[in-house]
Design a protein around this ligand. Sequence first.
Ligand code: INI
Length: 155
Amino acid sequence: MNVIEGVVPAPEAKIAIVIARFNSFINDSLLAGAVDTLKRQGQVKDENITVVKVPGAVEIPLVAQQLAKSGKFDALISLGTVIRGGTYHFELVANECHKGLGHIMLEYNVPIAFGVLTTESIEQAIERAGTKGGNKGTEAALSALEMINVMQVIK
Ligand code: INI
């Protein structure tokens, strides 16, 4: 039996993080978790981490597409927070972002970790940004690291 499973360290990896500025007070904690994980667990070098800031979650896929197309990165990490309001806007923003990233990942063969929170309330978002619900940025970074190694083994 052949089982392929990615390890976490990826010391030579080049990773880009695309982060939304909307709800930045939460996203900044996601970024801190992601960068800490990339460096401490992934052993990724500081100079090999690129952070691109965009206005909101809607803009994440376009920039992710350019980064994936550039061929310069082994994985991308998307970070943002979409909080449900009283209108249909939540669905539009969250769905567009998620769907767009899924297409890009398959088109360019670059793993894109989905670290975009989609929550019912600000409280839920805070819980998932470094408090009692863990840190979605950390989870996304771990996923990116593992996927880099899985992709390399499969190649
Ligand atoms: N962008 C987010 O990242 N999160 C949100 O919760 C959000 N809401 O609720 O509106 C949001 N909107 C902005 C959107 O991503 C675009 O930046 C904007 O529509 C301009 O294109």
